[in-house]
Design a protein around this ligand. Structure first.
Ligand code: G3I
Length: 366
């Protein structure tokens, strides 16, 4: 980021020296939630409450930056229920109470997913039981939080071209044991349990303009057309956006913007729901790595936010000290990964300034 942009982001009119500006920025960076709010957008992150116990500074950072949050774990089926028919909502309730006390909206995550199922579900699921299990779960969980959540990720990662089906749907246990209409049933049941929540289909890799991503986009639009024609209550699409630095040339391009336009034409609100950028294939040099990551944040978000139907940006963590990528895609050289906008000391990185610039460049929503 150049000096002029730095000044713009901070809203500082006097062109003081670069060094003193940087010092001020370290002391108090412009909160991303405020930059977003100026455009009637939301900014937030996922969160697991245990991170606050490990780092009080992280709690401060979270409160300063976020006006929307997604529980990284607390509302998943395997976090809520260890035995058939029994639910322990204590952690999820604590999450919701913390957010309510701090005026942070909550994205419920997630009701129907093939992953993070408790052992008892995996044992019991069959063509005879699956529908009742899914509907009972939605009734119990969406019912428990009714009226308290901004949105629900009703269905998560339900597309997979790798399943080799003409409709592009994932051959998940839900699809195999209930049939293709499990998606419709899930949305209808969630609407009945929590009529106020915005109902979202959250999906991965739709943002990548390659053969795999194109197949997912085609399947998504076709599914959406069917659901809308049948009057199914679906209000939004979540684009996870777990991005990879080595895919920069197929991210944030014109065909991606065309796809966002197709979602918007169908009346969908769009959310970037789990944004982070893997630096696994980037060089050792931290400056070079941070620049490449920042450049991709800027490119991807600038393209995304040009589309007015995009209403919020949620990153999958804020600081590099709490990221699933350190376990999922660690660097071969053993160096800590740097996929998020703030470093392990909660200080802003070039990625933070890139996000800030993209928010500043975004058109204000009506
Ligand atoms: O808490 C247990 C701990 O007691 C145990 O010792 C340890 C041993 O493996 O596991 C711990 O649980 C892990 C949990 O994260 C907390 O760290 C689970 O095994 C692990 O599966 C879980 O991973 C989460 C994953 O979803 C599955 O739920 C990641 O943190 C979370 O970042 C990730 O988030 C997903 C989104 O929900 C959907 N989109 C993709 C995204 C990334 O995979």
């Amino acid at each position: 980021m150049n000096r002029r942009d730095f000044v713009k982001v901070l809203g500082v009119s006097a062109m003081a020296g670069w060094a003193s500006l940087e010092a001020r920025a370290q002391a108090a960076v412009a909160p991303l939630k405020e930059l977003a709010d100026q455009k009637r957008l939301m900014f937030g992150s996922c969160l697991a409450l245990k991170y606050f116990n490990q780092s009080p500074a992280y709690k401060e950072l979270f409160l300063s930056q976020c006006d929307i949050a997604t529980p990284e774990l607390h509302m998943k089926w395997d976090s809520l229920s260890h035995q058939a028919g029994e639910y322990d909502f204590s952690n999820a309730d604590q999450f919701v109470a913390f957010c309510a006390a701090n005026r942070i909206k909550v994205r419920g995550h997630t009701l129907v997913w093939h992953d993070s199922l408790p052992a008892w579900v995996k044992q019991k699921i069959s063509p005879e039981t699956a529908k009742t299990m899914m509907l009972d779960h939605i009734h119990a969980v969406a019912g428990h939080f009714a009226g308290k959540l901004y949105s629900w990720d009703v269905v998560n990662e339900a597309l997979d071209p790798g399943s080799q089906r003409p409709d592009g749907l994932r051959a998940s246990p839900w699809l195999q044991d209930i049939g293709v209409d499990y998606i419709e049933q899930a949305f209808r049941a969630t609407a009945a349990a929590d009529p106020k929540a915005l109902l979202v289909w959250n999906e991965n890799y739709l943002e990548v303009s390659n053969g795999f991503g194109d197949a997912k986009r085609k399947a998504m639009l076709s599914q959406l057309d069917g659901l809308l024609a049948r009057g199914v209550p679906i209000h939004g699409i979540g684009l996870e956006a777990h991005l990879r630095s080595d895919q920069a040339n197929v991210l944030g391009d014109a065909s991606y913007e065309v796809f966002l336009g197709e979602l918007a034409k169908r009346g969908m609100k769009i959310f970037i729901t789990e944004l982070d950028i893997q630096d696994t294939s980037l060089p050792v040099d931290v400056g070079a790595r941070d620049k490449a990551i920042a450049d991709l944040y800027r490119k991807f978000l600038t393209a995304s936010l040009r589309q007015p139907a995009v209403r919020g940006v949620i990153t999958w963590g804020l600081s590099d000290s709490f990221t699933w990528i350190s376990g999922y895609r660690p660097r071969k050289d053993g160096l800590p990964v740097r996929p998020l906008p703030f470093d392990a000391n909660c200080q802003p990185k070039p990625a933070y300034y890139a996000i800030a610039e993209a928010l500043e460049a975004a058109p204000r929503r009506a």
